[in-house]
Each structure stands twice: as C-alpha cells, then as structure tokens.
Design a protein around this ligand. Structure first.
Ligand code: DGL
Length: 266
C-alpha cells in the first residue's frame, strides 16, 4: 500500500506547481498526475459542470490504484470537494483549507485577500474556511482570470502582466490587507508580478506549498509514507495531446518531465 502513488489532479497544467511542492517536501513518494487539458479552464465554468468533470478525474486516479488523492485545482477544491471525497475511497487533501490556515497564521491585521478564478471567488470557499477558523478575519476576494493564460504564455516578466496585475489588485491594495492567498494553481508562476503590484509588506501565501505540509501530515496519520529510498516514479497523464503540456509544464514543475501519456474519453 505505502509504495502506491499519490494521485494529484488539476484542470490542466497548473497543478504541476503542487507536484513541485509535493516532491520537494516528500521526495520518496511516487506520484500519478492527471491534467484535464482537453477541458481546461474550469475557472469560468459552472459548479455543476466542474463537479461532473471532477468526478471523472478522480475516477481516473482511482483506476491507477492511488493511496491518496490531492486536489491541486483550487476551482475543484472550492466547488466539488464533497464529490471527490465521496468517490475517492482513499484520503483526500484539497488546497483551500491549508491555504486558509496559513493565511490566518500570517495575518497580523486580520485582513486577508484571496485571488483566484471566477468559480473559486464566487464560491466563497476561502472566506468560509477562514471564518470557520477565525471569525474576526476579514476576507477580500478578487477574481483574476487573465492570470491563467498569461502564466501559460510564459509572460512572467512582461509589461502586460505587470499592467494586468496592477488593474486586478488595485482594489485589494485599498483594503489594506497584509496577507494575500494565491488561490489558483497558476499564480505562483506570476508571483513576482503579483508581489510588485501589492504593498511590499504583504505576505503571499502559495496554497500549493501549504498543501504539501497537509499531505505529509495525512500520510503520517494514516501510516502511508513510502519507506523506499529509491528514486520515485512520476507519471503524467493528460486528456489532450501531450506536446503542449510537456513543453509548458517544465516551467510549472521546475524541471524536466519525461514522458506524458494521453488518456482518451474525456
Ligand atoms: N487549476 C485552476 C485553479 O486552480 C486554474 C485553471 C482553470 O481555470 O482551470 O483554479
């Protein structure tokens, strides 16, 4: 059981930022990744559709014999966590709660901003998770849908990205937040531009990095850690042709990726 892989899924490529954080923290764990590149983006879609997609995504990971499911996608975590939990039959870790906890730890003024896709922001999931833990924290949300294509385009240090970031984040600067949750898989890639558009004292919370600590705790609690010291196996599956994923993915993963497999039927 312990040598079985951790299953990670996302609407597409962005979840590789979570794989990067997981591999850094848990270097012995085998990982199977599924990116639904044929149907990305999930962020502008209705919760009903995202829930249907999430069901199929988790079924695929379960068919690979995973010991745990990590929902790397903030949009799925926000609108379909229950669907995935009901379906997975193994422990499930999602990105919202770890990010919310980390933000509460970081904020001194109890004023937290959250940026994400339209679906994530409309769901109110981060605000809900934060208020469940500390009802005194005020949460200010802003959807930043253009960040997703900008990150995929590789426009990291680009003047257009800087301009878009200023435009989106200006309302949050008025709210005098001291902590900002990067509530979308793609945003850690644009961290520099986001930081530059905010006051320098604002702490940025990467929900992907926060989730890795929760996965480690869940593995320990369930005694599911892989004891092997061998180089772990990382397998990547996507629902559209793999070429673009493999090319852009290395930017998100921070290293070369090896072979990417296509799964049909999505
Ligand atoms: N993975 C999505 C998220 O974290 C961003 C991309 C999309 O809209 O599908 O919310």
């Amino acid at each position: 059981m312990n040598a079985k892989p951790i299953g990670v899924f996302d609407s597409g490529i962005g979840g590789l930022t979570v794989v990067r954080a997981l591999s850094a923290r848990l270097p012995n764990e085998n990982i199977v990744y599924f990116g639904d590149t044929a149907r990305v983006p999930y962020g502008p879609k209705s919760p009903t559709v995202v829930r249907e997609y999430a069901m199929q995504d988790v079924d695929f990971l379960v068919s690979k014999g995973v010991k745990m499911v990590v929902i790397a996608c903030n949009t799925v975590s926000a609108v379909a966590l229950d669907v995935v939990q009901n379906r997975a039959r193994v422990p499930v870790v999602a990105v919202i709660l770890p990010g919310a906890r980390e933000a509460i730890r970081a904020t001194k003024k109890k004023r937290v901003g959250i940026i994400g896709t339209v679906a994530t922001v409309n769901s109110g999931a981060y605000a809900h998770a934060i208020r469940q833990i500390d009802a005194d924290v005020q949460v200010f949300a802003q959807a930043c849908p253009l960040f997703v294509p900008l990150a995929e385009e590789g426009w990291i240090d680009h003047r257009v990205t800087a301009l878009v970031a200023k435009e989106y984040l200006f309302p949050l600067t008025l709210e005098k937040i001291d902590t900002l949750i990067l509530g979308c898989t793609h945003y850690p890639v644009l961290r520099g531009a986001i930081a530059a558009a905010m006051d320098p004292h604002v702490t940025l919370i990467d929900s992907g990095a926060a989730v890795a600590a929760d996965v480690e705790a869940a593995l320990d609690e369930k005694k599911l850690r892989n004891p092997s010291r061998q180089k772990p196996n990382l397998e990547f599956y996507v629902s559209d042709l793999p070429a673009r994923f493999a090319e852009i993915g290395e930017r998100f993963l921070g290293r070369t990726m090896g072979r990417v497999h296509r799964v049909s039927g999505f």
